[in-house]
Each structure stands twice: as C-alpha cells, then as structure tokens.
Design a protein around this ligand. Structure first.
Ligand SMILES: Nc1nc2c(ncn2[C@@H]2O[C@H](COP(=O)(O)OP(=O)(O)OP(=O)(O)O)[C@@H](O)[C@H]2O)c(=O)[nH]1
Length: 450
C-alpha cells in the first residue's frame, strides 16, 4: 500500500480523536504532535512539516470545529484539505503546444527512471491518439540508446537516434526536424543522467534547452531517495529551470517524504508518478486522491479509471447482478483474479478501496504471480460444475479428489475456499458501502457499485 507507514500512523492518531466526544485544544495539540512525528518519520522536509502542522492547528482550534458535533471528522477534513494543498491542490497537466510538436525534455540523475519514464510517457500519450517520437540523447551510458529502442519498440513508438558518437545537442536538433517532417505531435527527449549534478551535465542540458526550446522540462526523481529527491529538484530548478516533476518508484516502500515535500519546496508540480517497472505503470498525479489514500480513505476514482480501462463491461454487469443475489462462486472468483491481475495487483487495488486496508490482511497473499494463478486455475478446473457453483458441498473426500486431480494439496484447496469466502465478504461489504455511491449515480464499470 502506498505510504503504508505514514497512512497507518495518521489513521492511528485520528482514531484516538474519534473515540472522544467533544474535543479540547489539548486533544487537538496531542493529535497534531502525532501527525508531526508521522510526517517527520516519513522523511518529509522539516520546515514543510512545521508550517503544515501550524496551519492545521490554527484551523482546528477554531470555533466551527470545537463546537461541532463531530469534531474529529472536522479535523480529518482539515488535514485532508491541507495535505491536498501541500501537494499542489489540483492535477497539473502537461501543456500541449497549439503548434505541434509539443517538446518534452526529460532530465534527472542516473537511475531515477528517465529512460523508462520517457517510454511510459510516450505510451500514455499514444493511448490518447498522439504520435510521439522518442529521441535518444543519452550518449554516455552504454546501452542507454538500446534501452530506449527496446522500450520504444515494445510500445510501437519510433526512436530517433544518431548513435553515441554524435553531440547530444545535434541529436536533439535533428530529432526535432525529423518529427516536423513526420508529423509527430510529441517529441520526448531522453537526456543523459549522472551520478550527481555537475557543471558539464548542466551546460549540456542548457544547450539542448536553448536549441530545441522545450515546452516542458520534466525532472524525473526517484521517490525512494526521500529528501535527496527534494534537493535534486531544487538544484535542477535553480540551474536549468524545470516545469514539473515525475516521481518514480512509488510502488516501492518509499515513506512518502518526497511526494509531500517536493511541491512545497520547489513550487513546481508533480505531474506524473511511476508505480512500477511495467510500461503502463505511470499515473497522472492527483493531489486530492493521493491525500485521501494517505488518510486511508481510498481512491475510488483511480480504481474506476483502472477498472474501466481493463474491465469487460458485460462481465462487470453480469457479476454485479450476481453479487446483488449474494452469489459469488469459483467461476467468478477466477474471473476476478484474472481481472485484478490485469489491473495491477491486489495490494494496489485494495489501497484504493475505502476502508479495505484490514481486508487486505485477511485476504493474505491473494496477490498471485503466474505460478500461484495456475495452481488456482488447476484446483478450480478439477472441480465439477456443481462444486464450483456451490462451494459449500465441498467435503473432505471431494477436496481430496480435487487436490489429487490438480496436483495440489488439501491445504491449498482449503485456503482457496477461505479466500473465496473472504472475497465474498469483501464484495458484500463493498456493495453495502456503496449505497452512498449509488446516490451519486453509482460508478459505471465496477460491478460492486451497481
Ligand atoms: N519499481 C519501479 N522501478 C522503476 C520505476 N521507474 C523506473 N524503474 C526502474 O528503475 C531502473 C532505472 O530506470 P532507467 O529508466 O534506466 O533510469 P535512468 O534514469 O534512465 O538511468 P540512466 O539512463 O542511467 O540515466 C530500471 O530498472 C527501471 O525499471 C518505477 O516507477 N517503479
């Protein structure tokens, strides 16, 4: 789960508040002390934490909160608003030039994820019907050009390169004219990284910038480097000037400090986040959705978008109808597991579902890689249609037969039955929770929200 440590601590601080009726100033101050500690432990910039806590405290001890019937809810609402503001308030999009091609220059340190992100970005815009061109200007790291070509070809995106003997400024210039000739409406320039910022790197980037006049200079930083990412962002911005940041590796166990500090320190927005090594693991950054995920309130909108991207609507509707009748059998279970595999991973999905954090623990390692998935399929396929449809008839002898027939064990069959029941509980909880969603017209594309 993203920023799990910080999220657990913040929710812990607020659950104490919720258990009280009226709140005194002392209660709020105590809760904010916990929030401050949680943010510092998440490696958030000290000054950012100080300003944040001060602002929240001022708002929380105001009249409307202390007198209200649900003061704790008010405090959480204020923290949510201030967290969202801290990360930039609203989504900041890439500025698309009215006169194509839009030129995006990718900069950043070695290993931050520039080349991967350049490809991801190309894929993201290709999905929107654009015709991107990737330009390989990293002539120093051996195989950097090859890596970009591999990424480009896996996405069906052309990569322009002139080998690693040519001056990067000339490559960028030639790449741009190649794009003009081929009606590319987007040029993404992958520049060279360095282990640390140096004069030579900056001069080269400045010459590329003055040569091609990019509409966007995106700095790619590795969120796992915490406060370092913020310092790198500051130096690149001071030396070169950047328009936005892409935070990579948020799928790792990053504590969240970079995401919560970088905007406040550099005044530059986070535009995208990298959520994995795969080429579709890039998401536009929404401060409000990130804040609500951190506060354990899930992020249903992103979940819907992901589901709609991958879910077969007919199947979704059919499943929704079955869920209403509290039917959910092994056929559906298999469908859902395959669906979730397409959407990313159970861990990521559950992180987006409000209040599903604890279910995640009950479901255990439902996150399956191909091997586990095949064993699950073998077990389910060894069941009779009757058994799949009515799991309650699975007695010991049937389980032994299924285990034998699928080359697995009775323990694994039992575990699968348990997981099916947990999944059923989750769906039930979900459909009952979604009454509120229903009022908002439900969420098309997700069976749970029918
Ligand atoms: N888990 C995870 N890995 C990522 C992400 N983005 C990039 N990576 C990995 O990070 C490593 C470095 O990525 P590159 O794109 O080669 O980094 P780079 O900035 O281009 O490095 P140089 O080309 O050497 O400057 C690769 O193994 C990528 O797969 C991400 O969002 N999540």
């Amino acid at each position: 789960m993203i920023f799990e440590g910080l999220s657990d601590k913040l929710q812990g601080a607020f659950s104490k508040l919720k258990s009280k009726g009226k709140l005194t100033e002392k209660d709020v101050k105590a809760a904010m002390r916990e929030v401050k500690l949680a943010l510092l432990e998440a490696d958030v910039n000290f000054k950012v934490v100080k300003d944040f806590v001060k602002k929240v405290q001022e708002r929380c001890v105001g009249q409307e909160v202390m007198e209200s019937l649900t003061p704790a809810q008010h405090v959480i609402k204020i923290v949510n608003e201030e967290l969202t503001a801290l990360m930039g308030d609203v989504q900041s999009k890439i500025t698309i030039s009215s006169k194509p091609p839009t030129i995006i220059m990718m900069v950043g340190l070695q290993g931050a994820g520039k080349t991967t992100t350049s490809g991801k970005l190309g894929g993201y815009f290709k999905k929107q019907g654009k015709k991107p061109l990737l330009v390989a200007c990293d002539v120093y790291r051996p195989a950097a050009i090859k890596q970009l070509e591999v990424v480009g070809s896996s996405l069906g995106i052309e990569v322009f390169n002139m080998g690693d003997k040519e001056n990067p400024v000339n490559i960028a210039k030639a790449g741009l004219s190649h794009a003009m000739k081929n009606n590319n409406d987007l040029v993404i320039i992958d520049t060279a990284g360095r282990l640390h910022i140096d004069e030579e790197l900056m001069d080269e980037l400045k010459s590329i910038k003055s040569e091609v006049k990019p509409h966007e200079i995106l700095l790619v930083v590795d969120s796992m480097t915490g406060q370092d990412a913020v310092n790198v962002a500051e130096s690149f911005d001071n030396a070169l000037g950047i328009d936005g940041v892409v935070l990579t590796k948020l799928d790792g166990d990053t504590r969240g400090g970079a995401a919560l500090s970088i905007r406040a320190v550099t005044q530059k927005p986070i535009k995208f986040i990298g959520m994995g090594e795969k080429l579709d693991d890039l998401e536009p950054f929404h401060p409000d959705r990130m804040a609500s995920r951190i506060l354990g309130m899930g992020d249903v909108l992103s979940l819907i978008e992901k589901a709609q991207e991958t879910m077969d609507m007919e199947k979704a509707k059919a499943l929704g109808a079955k869920l209403k009748k509290q039917e959910f059998d092994f056929e559906d279970f298999l469908d859902q597991m395959e669906q979730i595999q397409k959407m990313g991973s159970m861990d990521k999905i559950l992180g987006m579902i409000p209040g599903m954090g604890d279910i995640k623990n009950q479901l255990g390692d439902v996150d399956m890689n191909g091997k586990e998935m095949n064993r699950v399929k073998a077990i389910i396929q060894s069941m009779t249609i009757e058994e799949r449809r009515n799991p309650q008839i699975l007695n010991a002898s049937r389980k032994r037969r299924i285990a034998k027939g699928s080359g697995t064990s009775v323990q694994e069959v039992n575990k699968l039955v348990k997981q099916l029941n947990e999944m059923k509980k989750m769906m039930k909880m979900f459909t009952s929770n979604s009454k509120g969603m229903k009022k908002r017209g439900g969420f098309p594309g997700l069976p749970f929200f029918k």
